[in-house]
Design a protein around this ligand. Structure first.
Ligand code: BGC
Length: 246
């Protein structure tokens, strides 16, 4: 069964068709920059463009960078504040031909990593972190997701953790891998004190460069790079949409 997966990120919106049994992307993925400002109307318009570029009429799963409760957006750390209170399922549903399901982007990426990637058959407590524009987090115990965990908003060094240690901050502040690794270690120490995971999976685009920074990270948990790399969000969103009320 195929479902279209969409990953709305702080920098880009990506979409691809996903075979939800194998968790693989079918054909080409399409990508456009996230509009600025990323208002509900602008983002819904771009998502509709991508869906129509792929000529897709069926079900769509959308990973979105905010807390999503009952389809409603309730935080806006890295998106326009006008999203707060918007029913994203209704908004995207009105903009595209098929039915849609919306969930937090890190939850989507985490679901994909647990089912098809580095977290397969892990029965312990696993934390998936996505390092990109912000820091996304998804916590699993015995493969069950605890949704909408916002570890990137934890206070760290006088601001939020993601403003101090996200992958985008390394670029903006021109930090060396070692300097950024030190910041990330502080964050990981904080989350380990709170959650004691046995395994931490590091995702997001920067996970492809794990050789450059894993040696600077000290964790009690096993630290592994994500297997699905930057596609995890698309795959997880599609699988979530396909599995709900199939
Ligand atoms: C948002 C999270 C999201 C993360 C990664 C944060 O700014 O608050 O909901 O998962 O960015 O995109």
């Amino acid at each position: 069964m195929q479902v279209l997966g969409v990953d709305v990120g702080g920098s880009a919106i990506k979409a691809a068709l996903v075979d939800i049994e194998s968790g693989t992307i079918q054909g080409a993925s399409v990508e456009i920059p996230t509009p600025r400002p990323a208002t509900p109307r602008a983002v819904a318009g771009e998502v509709a463009e991508l869906v129509s570029a792929l000529d897709w009429q069926g079900r769509v799963g959308i990973g979105f960078p905010a807390v999503i409760r009952g389809g409603v957006v309730s935080t806006a750390a890295n998106i326009d504040s006008s999203w707060i209170g918007i029913n994203a399922v209704e908004l995207f549903g009105n903009a595209i031909p098929g039915e849609c399901v919306v969930l937090n982007d890190a939850d989507a990426a985490g679901l994909a990593e647990m089912r098809f990637g580095a977290g397969q058959e892990q029965d312990e407590t696993v934390l998936v972190l996505t390092l990109g524009t912000g820091i996304g987090s998804a916590l699993f115990h015995r493969q069950h997701l605890f949704p909408n965990l916002e570890l990137g908003s934890l206070p760290l060094k006088g601001g939020s953790a993601e403003k101090y240690a996200a992958a985008s901050v390394r670029m903006q502040e021109d930090l060396s891998w070692q300097e950024w690794g030190g910041r990330l270690s502080l964050f990981l120490g904080l989350v380990e004190r709170l959650l004691s995971p046995e395994m931490i999976i590091i995702g997001g685009g920067v996970s492809q460069r794990s050789d450059d920074f894993f040696s600077y990270l000290q964790t009690r948990a096993r630290l592994v790079p994500a297997h699905l790399r930057n596609n995890a969000g698309i795959v997880g969103a599609a699988c979530h949409a396909g599995i709900l009320d199939p």
